[in-house]
Design a protein around this ligand. Structure first.
Ligand code: SF4
Length: 477
């Protein structure tokens, strides 16, 4: 039977004061408005006639780009993208996307770590899918299976769409898990996990939900004893006006009500064209001191969040072919964000999503791009690491050498070193490395399978977990 959830008086008082305005993002959903010319006049030329003809020809076939990943765009992002080929590639559907549909329907076997629908519980942090759409859609999205509502085969053989998190079930799971952990001296007796102390609201983009819904999640998580809440969003790029006074007032009230609960906003800028202004000559405009000029709407939105010192704001983004595989763009972005009060958290190698070969940059090239981008940056501006998500957990692409390692056969063309950053349970493999011989074409772990030289991390003898190893909600009763 589904658990019941009754908000406390404290939650009710907080929620009663939350304002939830409606927003007009002027979104265009799907390709149809471009096919039948019902898109607003100034947007009609976003796809050329040749592009439309090609996409229309694929529609309804197994190479249908919209079936792989729904198409969506806001007016704000359209205005930015019409001046930037990089942003166009981020939101415009392209026939190339479905040339090779190889990839995993559940990248990282995430469902192996889902004890409750909509929750991934792998570490001391839990990730929730609270919504299955965003204001606009990135063509390279890691969650295409969720956004396109695809049916996923789970570990137990059942097939179903990924479900969304619901407050009663999630809060029930957190409380039961944390109670058992507390009674067992800090670790869960079956799975070795710590207290669930941090929860990430993800999706889709939680910022498409009304403030009332976001606030209900925050309040319920705070009352359940969660220590920090994160919210992952690309809305700062797609529709910055969403970070308005009503949203900030909700955050302020939340902080007043639960001052010990931390809040981290994980934003997602891929390219400086998403927030810096360019002149007619294509160069970024500069202030008198040489710093780049921000888009005023985006800066106002960001300042609203950053000025609240109790909120941490961090940027993380994948490095994607044709969008931001450019050291200069990444250097400008890291400098500008850090100066504006945003930490540079991770850059990611693309995941093994369906059609990943259309988007992913070879792993060694991604490392080189990030490394080159960080030359000339100060120490505090270069905090970002390059992460690739292994089934075991987040793994850093820590180094790539050009020279062989003396005495190590297979290293003649240099090596790549992976290092495990995050690992399920009590992180037994954190810090362990795996060294592979170089393969400049490699875009996923399996491209190194034939050249593993040293693997204390166990990346290449991974055995998929089975459901009995996942802490089912009922086992916590
Ligand atoms: S904002 Fe994030 S979840 Fe939404 S489409 Fe882009 S990558 Fe996917």
């Amino acid at each position: 039977m589904a658990p019941e959830y009754n908000p406390s008086e404290k939650e009710q008082a907080f929620l009663a004061a939350v304002e939830s305005p409606r927003y007009d993002r002027q979104m265009i959903s799907g390709l149809r408005p471009f096919f039948n010319e019902s898109a607003p006049d100034d947007m009609k030329g976003f796809y050329s006639e040749a592009e439309i003809a090609e996409l229309q020809a694929l529609s309804g076939t197994e190479r249908d780009v919209e079936a792989r990943m729904p198409v969506k765009l806001t007016r704000h992002y359209f205005d930015l993208a019409k001046k930037s080929p990089f942003l166009q590639r981020l939101v415009k559907a392209s026939p190339d996307e479905t040339l090779d549909l190889q990839g995993s329907e559940d990248p990282g076997y995430q469902m192996d770590y889902s004890p409750v629908e909509g929750l991934l519980h792998k570490y001391e942090m839990g990730l929730m899918y609270v919504v299955s759409t965003c204001s606009a859609h990135c063509r390279f999205c890691y969650r295409e299976e969720l956004i396109a509502r695809k049916e996923i085969e789970r570990n137990d053989g059942t097939v179903a769409k990924k479900g969304l998190a619901q407050i009663p079930e999630i809060i029930d799971h957190i409380k039961k898990h944390n109670k058992i952990v507390e009674a067992n001296g800090g670790l869960h007796p079956e799975t070795g996990r710590e207290k669930l102390r941090e929860i990430l609201l993800s999706g889709g983009d939680p910022m498409v939900l009304p403030n009332s819904k976001i606030a209900a999640w925050f309040a319920a998580l705070a009352e359940a004893g969660v220590e920090s809440i994160r919210l992952g969003t690309k809305e700062m790029a797609f529709y910055p006006e969403r970070f308005d006074d009503a949203f900030l007032a909700m955050l302020d009230r939340f902080h007043e009500t639960w001052p010990d609960v931390g809040f981290r906003l994980m934003i997602h800028f891929n390219h400086p064209d998403e927030f810096l202004l360019k002149g007619e000559d294509g160069k970024y405009l500069e202030n008198p001191n040489g710093t780049p000029v921000w888009n005023a709407v985006t800066k106002k939105a960001l300042d609203g969040v950053v000025s609240r010192g109790w909120i941490n704001v961090e940027n993380q983004a994948p490095i994607i072919n044709g969008i931001n595989d450019d050291p200069d763009a990444l250097r400008i972005m890291q400098r500008a964000l850090y100066r504006a009060g945003v930490g540079n958290h991770y850059f990611f190698c693309g995941r093994d999503i369906v059609a990943y070969r259309a988007f992913n940059v070879p792993i060694e090239r991604a490392w080189q791009i990030l490394n080159d981008s960080q030359k000339g940056l100060s120490g505090v501006e270069t905090h970002a690491r390059l992460s690739i998500t292994h089934y075991k957990g987040k793994t850093e692409v820590a180094a790539v050498t050009n020279e062989p390692i003396p005495g190590l056969p297979g290293s003649e063309n240099g090596v790549l070193i992976f290092k495990i950053l995050r690992n399920a349970a009590d992180a037994p493999d954190r810090g362990k490395v795996c060294i592979v011989g170089r393969n400049p074409e490699a875009i996923w772990f399996d491209d190194y399978e034939d050249r593993v030289l040293f693997d204390e991390a166990g990346l290449y003898d991974y055995v998929r977990k089975h459901n009995h190893a996942v802490e089912a909600s009922t086992a916590a009763d």
